[in-house]
Design a protein around this ligand. Structure first.
Ligand code: FAD
Length: 263
């Protein structure tokens, strides 16, 4: 039932739809992807823009827990399958991420809100853009959706994806990203940076920050001034640092899109 606010505006309560879990796929030791069937009558409500997230609700240890998880499929993949997929990286002591990683199985029903979020990249088949995306850890989830959609829907656009992880083993979607690079080798540059394993090339060893990003772009032949849109997703500290660096380079903040998952 709607709630009448003092302003007199009637607001609908967000409606959680019970969705059936169609698949649970282990991505790494500490991350799973969960796929939901979207029934025909909810397809319109669950239409999404790549980069948006779902809000899941579950009773966990007696608490009503609600958390956001980004959709990690392109629009075309979702339309073809009638499904939506999210992925959760397990956080130590985390209520929802631990539950998703260890308790949820095929056939379960989870309450899910329709897609939300402004971290989106509307595509235009006639566009010829240069896009740079930077993701760290589980920050790849909306980014893989955005990048795949741009490559599928804008045949003349090019993407550089800089992706930071602790190690190759902890990297979510490494197989899918490899396949994406194989399919779009002329338009997708994937640069992986690792912080917890020995890496020969010092540029690719450590955490992503503004200075490292600029040096990576320089090496890959991307000029900051030629970039039409930036997509940054990961810990707040990384995102803020990258935004400051880009601002200092004269990048218009209107072209810098960002999503922060955690401190
Ligand atoms: C718009 C949006 C989209 C998101 N998309 C995704 C996604 O696609 N995949 C994904 O895995 N997560 C995503 N997140 C993060 C997710 O919503 C949860 O915050 C995360 O899963 C932790 O929830 P929890 O209930 O397990 O932990 P909680 O019980 O909330 O927290 C437990 C402890 O872990 C700390 N903590 C909370 N979150 C994190 C974190 N992410 N990393 C490290 N420490 C943390 C808390 O400070 C607390 O101390 C997204 C967040 C937002 C805001």
């Amino acid at each position: 039932m709607g709630l009448l606010q003092s302003s007199g505006v009637r607001h609908r309560r967000p409606q959680f739809h019970p969705l059936r879990v169609a698949a649970v796929e282990r991505l790494t030791d500490r991350a799973v992807a969960v796929t939901f069937d979207i029934p025909e009558e909810l397809r319109e409500a669950f239409r999404f823009q790549p980069g948006q997230h779902l809000t899941l609700r579950a009773p966990i240890d007696g608490a009503d827990v609600r958390r956001s998880y980004s959709i990690c499929l392109s629009s075309a993949q979702a339309a073809a399958s009638g499904q939506l997929r999210i992925a959760s990286n397990e956080v130590d002591g985390g209520a929802m991420s631990t539950w998703l990683n260890h308790e949820v199985s095929v056939g379960d029903t989870i309450g899910v809100l329709a897609p939300l979020g402004e971290f989106v990249c509307p595509t235009d088949p006639a566009a010829a853009r240069r896009i740079v995306a930077v993701a760290a850890g589980s920050g790849i989830t909306p980014v893989i959706s955005l990048v795949r959609s741009v490559l599928e829907e804008e045949p003349a656009s090019r993407v550089t994806l800089v992706f930071g992880n602790r190690s190759p083993e902890s990297t979510m979607f490494s197989g899918e990203l490899g396949a994406l690079v194989d399919r779009h080798a002329d338009r997708l540059d994937l640069v992986e940076v690792f912080s917890r394993v020995p890496v020969q090339d010092p540029l690719l060893a450590g955490r992503i920050d503004g200075d490292r990003l600029l040096r990576i772009l320089h090496r890959t032949g991307v000029s900051v001034t030629d970039v039409d849109a930036w997509f940054l997703c990961g810990p707040i500290r990384m995102v803020e640092n990258l935004r400051e660096t880009l601002g200092a380079q004269g990048v218009d903040q209107a072209h810098v899109h960002h999503e922060e998952f955690f401190q």
